[in-house]
Design a protein around this ligand. Structure first.
Ligand code: SF4
Ligand code: SF4
Length: 358
């Protein structure tokens, strides 16, 4: 006998749990007020050089602004979330002038896209199996970051969590260290209740952001965000933001580290997300001097490849400048004539910055 729609929802959520997702919910594939402001955010230039955010359809409309336009067949969105937190201290709890900071999500050996997609495809398969008789024409698409969809907006409407003032999805029980995956489906499933906003009067993330990237609650300017600057931005980083970058060499966790909802965030049980040795508080000189071969070897399959060797070395040089550790002066002096222009130029800045701090 074919499954009823209600059963399908339970089957999907059970499949998500079996695949290792802590959270799963269903959102309508509808446009929402959050998406209405997306074109405005893009027009203001807040996406920086992240051109994929600006992908447009043949009519010239932003794909991510309207799911009903890019996937008119979609009726529901299954949103799954998996916790990637580990039991290491937060960046705000560690101060070591020799060492940099890599964002928590990038400590694992394997790129999370593959690890999450594999699990998501198990859920997708369970969905197909559940309705193969009643809905043989079922269409589904699974995405981890790559779909024409702002995942966190649908995560909110699927009840997975609310969108915090730091723009991350926060779950009341497990916090915000979450990877999201979405399955668009042509099935009309009963949606979950959207998660209520529990930020209240708190403004910790806004106050803690070292580069003032959270312009107003729920409003991020990627151009000022350390995550964007250290991962996506190529070439030179604007001088006025370099001091604020501190010791970050890949991403930034500060606005999540200070969030009260992460105070008791549990550690993940997914083996793929365990931290690799050397990536928690990495040595800055190791990164700044890394050869092309060393970069390839060390970061094979890792999300850190996205910054490219050039970006990672540039970031390590800036972090040395901000470190206050005079022992880096010698290495910086050598890097002033580095063949990579952005590394060399950053080294000049870093030497001056370091001398001012000493
Ligand atoms: S990730 Fe860092 S720089 Fe970006 S908004 Fe959060 S605290 Fe600010
Ligand atoms: S730090 Fe406070 S305001 Fe920021 S996301 Fe967390 S609860 Fe919301």
């Amino acid at each position: 006998m074919a499954s009823s729609i209600l059963q399908v929802e339970s089957i999907v959520k059970r499949a998500a749990q079996q695949a290792g997702f802590e959270l799963a919910g269903i959102a309508p594939a509808a446009d929402s007020p959050e998406l209405q402001s997306f074109p405005e955010w893009i027009a203001a230039g807040h996406a920086g050089e992240m051109k994929y955010m600006e992908a447009r359809d043949e009519q010239g409309s932003l794909k991510r602004a309207s799911l009903s336009r890019v996937a008119p067949w979609a009726r529901s969105v299954v949103v799954c979330a998996i916790n990637y937190n580990t039991d290491h201290p937060y960046s705000t709890e560690v101060q070591d002038p020799d060492r940099g900071w890599i964002s928590r999500y990038a400590w694992s050996r394997e790129d999370y896209h593959g690890a999450v997609l594999r699990r998501l495809q198990q859920v997708e398969a369970a969905l197909h199996e559940a309705v193969e008789e009643s809905a043989p024409q079922l269409i589904t698409r699974s995405y981890v970051d790559t779909g024409p969809i702002v995942e966190r907006v649908f995560a909110k409407y699927a009840g997975v969590g609310w969108i915090g003032k730091n723009t991350c999805i926060i779950n009341q029980k497990i916090g915000s260290w979450l990877f999201l995956g979405v399955i668009l489906t042509s099935l009309d499933l009963t949606p979950d209740v959207p998660a209520p906003d529990r930020c209240g009067t708190c403004t910790r993330c806004i106050e803690a952001c070292p580069t003032d990237a959270i312009l107003a609650p729920y409003q991020l300017d990627a151009n000022r965000c350390i995550s964007y600057l250290t991962i996506e931005k190529r070439g030179s980083i604007p001088e006025e933001l370099r001091a604020g970058i501190g010791r970050h060499v890949f991403g930034c966790d500060i606005c999540q580290d200070v969030c009260p909802w992460n105070r008791k965030a549990p550690a993940t049980s997914a083996p793929e997300f365990s931290a690799r040795e050397g990536l928690v508080n990495p040595a800055l000189d190791w990164l700044a001097e890394m050869s092309a071969e060393g970069f390839r070897e060390t970061f094979r399959g890792s999300p850190i490849r996205r910054a490219k060797r050039s970006g990672l070395r540039r970031n390590a040089v800036l972090a040395m400048g901000n470190s206050g550790n005079g022992q880096f002066l010698q290495l910086l002096k050598e890097l002033v004539i580095d063949e990579d222009e952005s590394v060399a130029e950053s080294a000049i800045w870093a030497m001056e910055r370091l001398r001012n701090l000493l």
